[in-house]
Design a protein around this ligand. Structure first.
Ligand code: SF4
Length: 107
């Protein structure tokens, strides 16, 4: 329940840009910590949400960050370390010039 509360509170934060993969409709996240009353399964065993268009941010963004991925065994999403994908600054990004002041210079 603590994890669910934390996911609810952090659900307005952005998704980790290092998240990869896609939902495979396993439905595992919809059972945390108990099965959601809106969870449905089709004949093939794939999950769906009966209120999909109105689902809360914590469901839309699951797993938002690696630390909140509570179903890594079945979830189709995964996270890569930045060094695995290489660091590429955003287009047009210029590092800020370093300004050094001495004590004698006026503010
Ligand atoms: S655990 Fe991952 S793959 Fe499974 S339903 Fe949730 S988001 Fe989709």
């Amino acid at each position: 329940m603590l994890n669910k509360t934390r996911r609810f509170l952090t659900s307005l934060l952005p998704i980790d840009p290092n998240r990869r993969g896609e939902c495979n409709r396993c439905g595992s996240c919809c059972k945390l910590p108990y099965p959601c009353p809106f969870l449905r399964f089709d004949d093939a065993g794939l999950s769906s949400c009966s209120v999909y268009l109105f689902r809360p941010p914590s469901c839309r963004k699951y797993p938002r960050v690696a630390a909140e991925n509570l179903t890594p065994q079945t979830c189709g999403f995964f996270f890569v370390a930045p060094e695995q994908i290489g660091h590429r600054p955003a287009p047009g990004f210029e590092p800020a010039a370093v300004q050094v002041r001495t004590a004698e210079e006026p503010g």
